[in-house]
Design a protein around this ligand. Structure first.
Ligand SMILES: [Zn+2]
Length: 296
C-alpha cells in the first residue's frame, strides 16, 4: 500500500491510539473489579437502618448484595484466566524447527512492534475454520493458529502475515483481559441485569397503577440496572474498538497488508453485540486509510 511510505510516523499514530485504548480498558476493568465493589462495601458499612423506611432499606441492601455477588463472579472468572479462552480439548505446541516460516513472520512482527521483551509460544488448534487467537499472560504471548489457517498459509503466506499483524496488535493494545471479560465473564451478569431491569419496569408499572406514591424503589432498581448496563455495553464498545485498532496495526505494520481481503473473505456477517461485523470493520479500515493518507 502506498501509505506505508513514512513508516515511523504511521507507527506512532497507531501506538498513540493503542496506548489510549489500553488505558480505557484498564480503567474500565478497575471500575468493575474494584471501584464498584468498594463503593458497595462502603455503603453497606455506613448503612444506618434506623433513620429511614426499613422496608425500602432492606430492598436496596438486597440490590447491592445482588451486585456484589455478580462482581465476585466476574472477579472469579477474571482471576482464573487466560487459557479458558479456548476449549481445552486440543492444542499442540508448534516448535521453531518444523514451522520456520511462521516463526520468522512472528519474529519480524514482534521486532516491528517493539515486543521483543515478551516470550512467544505458538500452538496449533484442530479446527477447520481459518482462525487465530492471541493472549498474553505473565510475559508470554500465546498464539493459537487453526489447522485450516496453517495449511492455507503455505499457499498464501501474505494472508497469514496480515492476520498475524492483526493478532499482535491485540498484544500492543493490552486486549487479553478484555477478551476474557467480554467473552466469558459478562454473559451471566448481563443476563441477570437485564432481568432486573425488566423486573424494575414491571414493578414501576404496577406501582404506577395502584400506588403511585411508592414508586421510589422501582425507580431505583431501574436506575441501578441502567447504570450497570451502561458499564457492560462500554466493554462491548471497547471490544469492537480493539478489533478496529488491530486491523489498523496490520495495515501499518505489514507491507501490502491484505487485511481488507481477509475481513472480506473470512469474517462472518455477525450481529454480536461485542464483535464488529464485516461491514463495520471494512468501514473502520476505510476511515483509517483516509486519515493516514491525510497525515502523510
Ligand atoms: Zn482480533
Amino acid at each position: 500500500m502506498e501509505i506505508a511510505s513514512n513508516e515511523n510516523l504511521l507507527k506512532n499514530f497507531y501506538f498513540r491510539k493503542a496506548r489510549k485504548h489500553k488505558l480505557r480498558v484498564k480503567f474500565r476493568i478497575m471500575l468493575v473489579l474494584f471501584i464498584l465493589p468498594a463503593s458497595s462495601i462502603i455503603f453497606l458499612l455506613f448503612f444506618n437502618s434506623s433513620e429511614y423506611d426499613v422496608a425500602a432499606n432492606q430492598r436496596s441492601l438486597l440490590g447491592i448484595l445482588f451486585d456484589l455477588v455478580i462482581l465476585v463472579y466476574v472477579l472469579f472468572i477474571y482471576l482464573t484466566r487466560v487459557k479458558q479462552l479456548l476449549p481445552k480439548s486440543s492444542y499442540i505446541e508448534l516448535n521453531q524447527e518444523n514451522h520456520k516460516e511462521i516463526w520468522n513472520i512472528c519474529n519480524e512482527i514482534i521486532e516491528k512492534l517493539d515486543l521483543s521483551k515478551l516470550k512467544l509460544k505458538i500452538y496449533y488448534i484442530k479446527t477447520n475454520d481459518i482462525e487465530a487467537h492471541i493472549t498474553l499472560e505473565k510475559g508470554v504471548v500465546h498464539l493459537f493458529l487453526s489447522r485450516a489457517l496453517i495449511s492455507h498459509s503455505h499457499h498464501y503466506p501474505k494472508e497469514l502475515e496480515s492476520i498475524l499483524g492483526h493478532e499482535f496488535g491485540h498484544i500492543v493494545q493490552g486486549d487479553s483481559k478484555l477478551f476474557l471479560i467480554t467473552k466469558k465473564a459478562f454473559r451471566l451478569p448481563i443476563f441477570l441485569n437485564n432481568m432486573r431491569l425488566c423486573f424494575g419496569i414491571f414493578l414501576a408499572l404496577l406501582l404506577f397503577l395502584f400506588s403511585p406514591r411508592q414508586m421510589e424503589p422501582a425507580l431505583s432498581i431501574i436506575v441501578i440496572s441502567l447504570i450497570y448496563r451502561r458499564i457492560y455495553t462500554g466493554f462491548n464498545r471497547l471490544r469492537k474498538e480493539s478489533e478496529f485498532l488491530a486491523d489498523l496495526c496490520s495495515l501499518i505494520i505489514i507491507e501490502k497488508s491484505e487485511i481488507i481481503k481477509i475481513v472480506n473473505d473470512y469474517i462472518p456477517e455477525s450481529n454480536s453485540p461485542n464483535y464488529p461485523s464485516k461491514k463495520e470493520r471494512l468501514k473502520s479500515i476505510e476511515l483509517f486509510k483516509r486519515v493516514l493518507l491525510k497525515d502523510k
